[in-house]
Design a protein. Sequence first.
Length: 158
Amino acid sequence: MDKVTIPVKQEGECYISLLKEGMEGYTRVRLGDKYMATHRFVYQVLNGEISDDLVVRHLCNNRKCIYPPHLAAGTHADNVQDRVNAERSASGRNNGRAKLTNTKVKQILHKHGKTNAELAEEYGVSRKVIYCIRKGLTWKHIRRPKYSRPCKLIEEES
Ligand SMILES: [Zn+2]
C-alpha cells in the first residue's frame, strides 16, 4: 500500500483530520481507488482489521478526530447510544442555563427555608446549580439579600 499521509490539527485533546469531509461529518482517506472513513482507517492500521458489522466509535464525540485513544470499536447500537448521550448532555447544559432568569435567581436567594434539593426540584435545575447560586459562585451580578446567608449556618455546623 502507498504511504498515506493524514494532515491533522490539534484541538483540545483531539487530533482533527483535515482531509476532505465525506458522509456524516467524517473525513475520508483515499486508499488506491477507494475511500474509507479516516478514523476507521487509523483504528484498523493500529489494531488490525475489524469486521464490517462493527463501527469505530468516537469516545470524544468529535467525528473528525483520529487520535487513537479516542477511538474504540463497537456495534452500531453503541454508536447510536453515544450520540444520544452526547445530545442529552448538550441539551441538559443549555436547559440548565435557559431555565433560570434574574427574577428566578432572586427568588431562590430569598427562599432560606428550603434545601438545595427542594429548590432544584422547584426550578427544574440540578442541586449543584442551586448550591452555586447560594454560594455566590454563579449569577454574581444578582444582589444577595443582606440578612441571613443560607450557607453560613451550614458551614458553621461542620
Ligand atoms: Zn478526540
